[in-house]
Design a binder for this molecule. Structure first.
Ligand SMILES: [Zn+2]
Ligand SMILES: [Zn+2]
Length: 369
């Protein structure tokens, strides 16, 4: 942050948190802290993963490659694995004889059983999405309905019933797309296609490589999300696509995936690029995507929370993006907003008509709250 403007201009509105060492340690001693720091983030991360639909693919990969982790497979799982292997072999043997018809065509492209697998992926995602998403909604928006100022970023603004319903339905539609794609990829993996560049054994590349690639994957995902999002705020793309996501001026967790399907697929595609291009450890990759899924949901929840990690902006940061439109484009760090000077400033004025990320000079007497 350089330049010679007023000090006030540079005062950042979003305070990052110092790593709470005491909080981390208390996880071991207090069940409450364990619930707050471990169990609930895991649940929301699962919800986020379901909402992007690719959770099924990761489950299949973990299941198939379990032995490569160097962990002994529990005997009951081994039985299931063998049975499935056997079944797959039988199916393949039977299919080999077929040369015509839909089954033959599917077999040719290693897509045997794709319909069952896609249907399971969709079902699995919907159960998590509506089950857990519904729970979060109930816990805050229904149970604490009468005291929004105690928990809500925008306590005086709620989506209308119509918009909220639309948000959930649009999210569910994108989920359907995501889960279908993930189902197809899972089918390819199950039928023996080695489409991902993920690796499973730490010893393959060593710990230094693992740590460096984890950080790079995280930064790559954050950078692509920033730049894609910023491009979506160019007037043309904004009016054509991204305006839909901005209908939800005071979003809920479901809003994280409520957007134009083209936008959803673009973001989804960018997020999984590392999985198909460079060797990244399965657990590192999963940690990075789960992290961004988790904060994707939390940042749209409208609940005024401060993140646990010292690099992660508070919920208010993206909530303000929905409130003020063309500002605060980042997600999991402030790096790119700081670099491009697109963080919201108290002294600037913002509206849906002011593009560019820097707002406008506030008119006399017209001050942002
Ligand atoms: Zn936006
Ligand atoms: Zn948003």
């Amino acid at each position: 942050m350089t330049g010679g403007c007023k000090v006030e201009e540079h005062e950042e509105l979003y305070q990052l948190r110092k790593l709470p060492i005491k909080g981390i340690l208390s996880v071991v001693t207090s069940p409450r802290a364990l619930l707050a720091f471990v169990v609930s983030p895991l649940i929301v991360a699962l919800l986020g993963a379901a909402s992007r639909g690719d959770v099924f693919l990761y489950a299949v990969l973990a299941w198939l490659k379990w032995d490569d982790f160097g962990i002994t497979t529990p005997s009951f799982l081994k039985k299931v694995g063998n049975a499935t292997e056997e079944a797959t072999k039988n199916i393949s043997a039977g299919r080999d004889a077929m040369t015509t018809g839909l089954d033959g065509l599917l077999h040719h492209y290693r897509l045997d059983n794709v319909h069952y697998i896609v249907a399971s992926a969709i079902l699995f995602s919907y159960v998590i999405f509506f089950g857990l998403g519904g729970f979060l909604q109930w816990h805050y928006y229904i149970q604490k309905k009468d005291s929004p100022s105690s928990w809500k970023c925008q306590p005086n603004r709620f989506l209308t019933t119509h918009l909220h319903r639309q948000e959930v339905l649009l999210g569910a539609f994108n989920l359907f797309l995501g889960a279908s794609l993930s189902g197809v990829l899972a089918t390819l993996v199950l039928n023996g296609s080695d489409i991902t560049t993920l690796y499973f054994n730490v010893a393959d590349y060593g710990w230094t490589y693992l740590i460096v690639t984890t950080v790079l994957t995280f930064l790559f995902q954050d950078a692509s999300a920033y730049y894609i999002h910023r491009t979506l705020h160019w007037p043309y793309f904004y009016k054509k696509f991204h305006k839909i996501h901005h209908r939800y001026y005071s979003p809920t967790a479901f809003g994280a995936v409520a957007m134009h399907p083209a936008e959803f697929l673009t973001l989804q595609f960018a997020l999984v690029i590392p999985m198909f291009t460079v060797p990244v450890h399965f657990v590192s990759f999963l940690a990075c995507v789960m992290y961004s899924y988790y904060y994707g949901m939390i940042d749209h929840s409208g609940i005024d929370l401060v993140a646990f990690w010292p690099w992660q902006p508070p919920v208010r940061f993206h909530d303000d993006h929905h409130k003020y439109f063309h500002v605060n484009f980042g997600f999991n760090t402030l790096i790119f907003d700081r670099y491009h000077d697109t963080l919201r400033k108290k002294t600037r004025f913002y509206s849906e008509a002011i593009f560019g990320g820097k707002g406008a000079q506030a008119a006399n007497g017209r001050k942002e709250e």
